[in-house]
Design a protein around this ligand. Structure first.
Ligand code: C2E
Ligand code: CA
Ligand code: CA
Ligand code: CA
Length: 277
C-alpha cells in the first residue's frame, strides 16, 4: 500500500488487522459454534413459471454470539481452508434429512432440497456412505436431495470425483452444476458427469435485459445447450419481472431469486410449503 503520511498508514494497517482478527476469530470459533447451535439453515424456494414451489436450496447462516450474522461468503472459505467444511457440510446433510422427515410427518408435500457440496467434501472419502446412511436413518428417498457442485469441483475431474458423482446418482440423489459458466473448466466435463440440472449464475441473469445483449445471448444459448443435453435449467438471482419474462420466453423451467423470495428461515419456509407458493 502507498504510504500517505503516518496517520493514513496507521488506519490502513488497523483495518487490515481487524479483518484478519475477524478471520482468526471465526476460524477459532467454528467448531464450538456448531455445538452451540449458532448455525442455521435458510431455505430459498425454487419455483416454476406459475410460481409453484418445486424445490428449495439450503443455505447456511451463522449467528455468531458476538459478531451477529456472518455471511457464508465470509465463513465458507475459512471452513474450506481449515477443512471444518467436512463436518459442517455433513451437518447440513443431516439437518435437511431431519427436516424432510418432519415435513413428511406433518403431511406437507415434499420438495427436493438442494445442498451445496464443497469440493473439499466431494474429494474426501465416505461421502456417499454418509448420505446413504442419513437417507436410510430418516427414511427419505434419495431423489429428495440434490447436490449442487461448482465447476471448480470438476477442474481436477479425476477418477474419484467422477465415480463419487456416479455413486450419488446410484442412490437416487441428483446433481446440479452451480454457477454454470463462471468457472474456468471446459464443457468437456458435461460429457463425463451425468448432471441433472444446470444453474445459470446470477451474474448472467442480472444483465439479460442490458442493451448490449451479451448476457442474454449467454443465457439463451445455455438454455439451448441444456435442452440438447436433456438437463433442467435453474436461473438464479432473478430479481425483476423483465428478467422473468425473458426466461419464460426462453423456456426456462425453474426460477430462484429475490423476485419470488429471499432465503427464509425454517418456519417461513414451512408456511410456504403448506400453501405451495
Ligand atoms: P450459491 O450456492 O451460488 O447460492 C446462491 C446465493 O445467491 C445465496 O447467497 C443466495 O442468498 C443468493 N441469492 C439468491 N437469489 C438472489 C437474488 O435474486 N439476488 C441476489 N443478489 N442474490 C441472490 P448466500 O446465501 O449468501 O450464499 C453464498 C454462497 O455461500 C453460496 O452461493 C454457496 O457457495 C455458499 N454456501 C451457502 N451455504 C452453503 C453450504 O451449506 N455449504 C457450502 N459448501 N456452501 C454454502
Ligand atoms: Ca448453490
Ligand atoms: Ca449459485
Ligand atoms: Ca455462487
Amino acid at each position: 500500500a502507498k504510504r500517505q503520511g503516518k496517520n493514513n498508514y496507521k488506519i490502513y494497517s488497523d483495518m487490515k488487522d481487524i479483518s484478519s482478527y475477524k478471520k482468526y476469530i471465526l476460524d477459532k470459533d467454528m467448531r464450538k459454534a456448531l455445538k452451540n447451535e449458532e448455525f442455521e439453515i435458510y431455505y430459498q424456494p425454487k419455483v416454476n413459471t406459475e410460481g409453484i414451489i418445486v424445490g428449495a436450496e439450503a443455505l447456511l447462516r451463522w449467528n455468531h454470539h458476538e459478531w451477529g450474522l456472518v455471511s457464508p461468503g465470509e465463513f465458507i472459505p475459512i471452513a474450506e481452508e481449515n477443512h471444518f467444511i467436512n463436518d459442517l457440510g455433513d451437518w447440513v446433510i443431516k439437518e435437511v434429512c431431519v427436516q424432510l422427515k418432519e415435513w413428511k410427518e406433518k403431511g406437507l408435500t415434499l420438495r427436493p432440497i438442494a445442498i451445496n457440496l464443497s469440493p473439499i467434501r466431494l474429494m474426501k472419502k465416505g461421502l456417499v456412505e454418509y448420505v446413504k446412511q442419513q437417507l436410510e436413518l430418516y427414511q427419505i428417498p434419495g431423489n429428495y436431495l440434490e447436490f449442487e457442485i461448482t465447476e471448480e469441483s470438476l477442474l481436477k475431474s479425476d477418477h474419484t470425483v467422477l465415480s463419487t458423482l456416479e455413486d450419488l446418482k446410484s442412490i437416487g440423489t441428483t446433481i446440479a452444476i452451480d454457477d454454470f459458466g463462471t468457472g474456468y473448466s471446459s464443457l468437456q466435463y458435461l460429457r463425463e458427469i451425468h448432471a441433472d440440472t444446470l444453474k445459470i449464475d446470477k451474474i448472467f441473469v442480472q444483465h439479460i435485459t442490458d442493451e448490449n445483449k451479451v448476457d442474454a445471448a449467454i443465457v439463451s444459448s445455455t438454455m439451448h445447450l441444456a435442452k440438447g443435453l436433456g438437463l433442467k435449467v435453474v436461473a438464479e438471482g432473478v430479481e425483476e419481472y423483465e428478467q422473468l419474462e425473458f426466461l419464460k420466453q426462453n423456456e426456462c423451467d425453474i426460477i430462484q431469486g429475490y423476485l419470488f423470495s429471499k432465503p427464509v428461515a425454517l418456519e417461513t419456509f414451512e408456511q410456504m410449503l403448506q400453501t405451495g407458493y
